[in-house]
Design a protein around this ligand. Structure first.
Ligand code: GTP
Ligand code: MG
Length: 316
């Protein structure tokens, strides 16, 4: 057998020189593990190498990586150490097990005016707070697909939190996406921006609005779901790679198939249903009150919390 050079970094893989390595890192393929689980076609497309060489590089990456086992206790310790962003409402934070979790995707769905965007604004401010103080000590990437980002609201919420409103606004990088292409590309190419700007939270408000208006009719559904799937997959991978929190909002429709109970269903089908680790259903109550229901969570029991949308932001 040929003598093997020990492979420690992606530059050590066969066929991957400094330029190719740089391209791959830009695209978020920063570790041997990431290469090991990639497909030859995606690797070839990203790096410009041919599919045969990509196959060899992947094979070498697989040989060189070992499976790291963690004990249940270690997993538990790691989970406790995960950053969380406070919602500013105690009851809701408790429902969420301490706030919106980093390394994971949280969805808020509900009718118009239910508070999805307002909760997003509050999180965009709170994510900037120090670790252990309800924040992730980082900046926020805010993808606005509906043109409803309101800097004046951020100012109000930041002032109420005793933060410098100017700094709070400077720490939110807003992308106004006009079509799904822009929405997808922003996330597709976010790696560098995330690293350069210390982004610790991504907000997509709303996830489905553009997809719904662009892909009309049954014929377009397959293509829509395929694009959506890749988009969500990339979001999850950013969350994992950079230890950041993802919050997205979603619209609802009335499901006529439901005869009893609340017929309100989030849009986006199975892809979206499986995308979020945590799903929140927001609905209006009296005046400024909103009821938030935890619909789907791997660790927390289902339940409800009441929040208020006030001048100062989200409160108990
Ligand atoms: P869609 O995007 O239309 O689906 O709705 P949404 O769920 O994003 O609703 P949003 O978060 O925009 O909530 C709108 C509601 O928040 C309004 O109806 C107001 O009740 C409340 N709200 C917005 N701004 C303020 C404010 O400055 N002060 C107070 N007290 N309430 C506000
Ligand atoms: Mg909204």
């Amino acid at each position: 057998m040929a003598k093997e050079k020990s492979i420690k970094e992606i530059e050590d893989l066969p066929g991957i020189g400094p330029t190719t390595a740089e391209k791959l890192k830009e695209a978020g393929y920063t570790t041997l593990e990431k290469i090991a689980v990639s497909s030859p076609h995606e690797l070839a497309e990203l790096s410009g190498m041919n599919v045969e060489s990509a196959k060899k590089a992947i094979e070498a990456a697989r040989q060189s990586t070992t499976i790291d086992f963690s004990t249940g206790t270690q997993v538990y310790e790691n989970r406790k150490a995960l950053g969380r962003v406070t919602t500013n409402a105690k009851e809701l934070d408790e429902l969420l097990g301490g706030g919106v979790e980093a390394k994971s995707i949280t969805e808020a769905y509900g009718k118009f005016g239910s508070g999805k965007t307002q909760l997003g604004f509050q999180l965009a401010v709170n994510a900037q707070m120090p670790l252990g103080k309800g924040g992730l000590d980082g900046r926020v990437l805010f993808i606005d697909t509906e043109g409803t980002f309101r800097p004046e609201r951020i100012e109000q919420i930041a002032k109420a939190a005793e933060m410098d409103p100017q700094a709070a606004l400077d720490n939110i990088l807003v992308v106004r996406a006009e079509n799904t292409e822009q929405q997808i590309l922003t996330i597709e190419r976010a790696d560098k921006a995330i690293r350069d700007n210390n982004i610790k939270m991504i907000i997509v408000d709303s996830m489905m609005a553009l997809f719904r208006s662009e892909f009309l009719g049954r014929g377009a559904l397959g293509e829509r779901q395929q694009k959506l799937n890749a988009h969500i997959h990339k979001l999850q991978s950013l969350a994992d790679t950079y230890n950041l929190a993802v919050y997205f909002t979603n619209q609802v429709m009335d499901n006529p198939g439901i005869l009893f109970g609340d017929p309100t269903t989030p849009v986006g089908g199975n892809i979206i249903a499986h995308a979020a680790t945590t799903r929140l259903y927001l609905r209006k109550s009296k005046e400024e009150k909103r009821i938030v229901r935890l619909v789907d969570s791997p660790s927390q029991p289902e339940g409800e919390a009441v929040i208020k949308i006030t001048q100062n932001g989200i409160r108990d």
